[in-house]
Write a protein that binds this ligand. Sequence first.
Ligand code: 6PG
Length: 475
Amino acid sequence: MKADIGLIGLATMGQNLALNIERNQYTIAVYNRTTERLDEFINGKGFEKNIIGCYDVENLCNTLKKPRIILLMIKAGKPVDDSISMLLPFLEPGDIIIDGGNSFFSDTIRRLKKLENKGIHYLGAGISGGEEGALKGPSIMPGGSLEAWKHVEEIFTKITAKINGDPCCSYIGSDGAGHYVKMVHNGIEYSDMQLISEIYYILKKFLNLTAYELAKIFAEWDKGDLNSYLIKITSKILLEEDPVTKNPLVDMILDSAKQKGTGKWASQEALEMGVPVPSITEAVYARNISSKREERLEASKLLTGPTPQFSGEKSILVEATRKALIAAKICSYAQGFSLLKAASDEYKWELNLSNIAQIWRNGCIIRARFLKQVKVAFQQDKDLSNLLLDSYFSDVIKTSQEDWRFVVNLAVENGIPIPALSSALSYYDSYRNPSLPANLIQAQRDYFGAHGFERVDKEQGLIYHYEKWAPLDED
Ligand code: 6PG
C-alpha cells in the first residue's frame, strides 16, 4: 500500500497532525530521527491505523504515491535544512516538501528558490493551534509554490479547523508569505497574552481577588465580545489547584516568561518595514524584563513606588478593564494587520487580509469572535490602511476609550506596569492626532546635523535648512 502523504518529525505536533490526517481517511507514512519515538508512536497512538512507520527517509520516499508530498514537523532552523538535504537524493521533480514549523520567512524564501531549481515544489505552511489544534483541526497558513498547493489543498482543507463549515486554511501567497503571516499571528498572540496578563494583574492588585474569583470574571467575559481561546484558557488556568500546596496553581508559577523568538521576529520585521507595532514589541520586552527575575528582586529593594490602592466600586473597575482590554486588543490587531499590509506590498504577496482573518477565526491560538468583524472590515475595503479606520472598530473604541484611559491612569498612578495596555493607547492617540511633536524633532535634527525640515507653509517635499540656530553658550 502506498501512502498519500509522508510526515517527518514525531514530536507532539507531528504525532497529532499524523493522527488528524489519518482520521480524514488518508494513509500516512511517518519517520522520526530517533527510532524509539517512531516505535512508540506506531505501536501506541498510531496502532492499527493507516499509518506506516518508516525507519529511514529512503524508505519513506519509496512508500509515497507520486508526486510525493512530505510534511516536515521539525524544529525551525538547521534541522529543516538537514532534512531537506537528507530527502533530496530520493525525490524527483514534481515532488513536494512542506515545512509546517515556525520557520523564519526568509529561510523559506531561500529554501524555495534552491528547491525550485531542482524542480521540487516547496510550501512554507504556518500551523497554529498547539497540540489540540493539530489533532482536532489547526489553522493553516500555506505559502510558496502554487503548484504544490494544488496537490495538497484537498488534504489541508480536510484536516484544518472549520468556521461555519468554511476551512481555516487557504493559499496565502508566494514564497515566504505563509510563514510571514504565521510570524505576525504569533506577534499578535504575544500582545493578546500580555494584555490579558496586565488586566489580570490590575484586577488582582486593586481588588485583592483570588485566582478563582478572577476565573469567574474571565469566564463571564468569554460570553461576550472578548470571546476567544486565550480568554477561555485563562479562566480555566485560574481555576486550577496546585496538587501539592492546594494553592491556585497560577500563584505557584514563577513570573518569568520564556519565548522561542517568533514575537521578536515580528517586532524586528516591523522595525525593518517602518511599521509601528508597539503592543507586540512591548509584549516581547515584558517577557524580557520578567525573565530578569534576580535583577528585579534586587531592584525592588532599592527602587520605590506607590502601593496599589483602589477604593472605588469593584463592578465599575471590572467593567472598565473589560472595555480597556477590548480597545487595546483592537489596536494590537490594527498593528499586526498594518504590518501584513506593508509586507504584502514590499514582497508583492497580494495578501488577502480578509482571508487571513478568516483563517484565524478557528483552530489557532488567537481565534476570537472579534475576528469576524476584522474579516468583514477587510472584505468591505481590501485596501483599508488601518483597522482603526473601520467604522465598527472606531465605534467600539469611541465607547470604550473613557474606561481605557481611566484604567491606564489608575495603573500608572499606582505603579502597576502596563506596557501593552498603555502603548496601545499611545498608538491610538498618535494615530488619531492631527499634530504630533515631530516638528521639534526635525528642528533638533536640523540644529545639530543640518538635516533639514519641511515647512507647514510650503509644499511638502521641499527641504529647508535654518542657518542661524543660536549657538550654545560655552559652559
Ligand atoms: C501556535 C503557537 C505555537 C507555539 C508558539 C509559542 O500558533 O500554535 O504560536 O507556534 O506555541 O511558538 O511561542 P513562544 O514559546 O515564543 O511563546
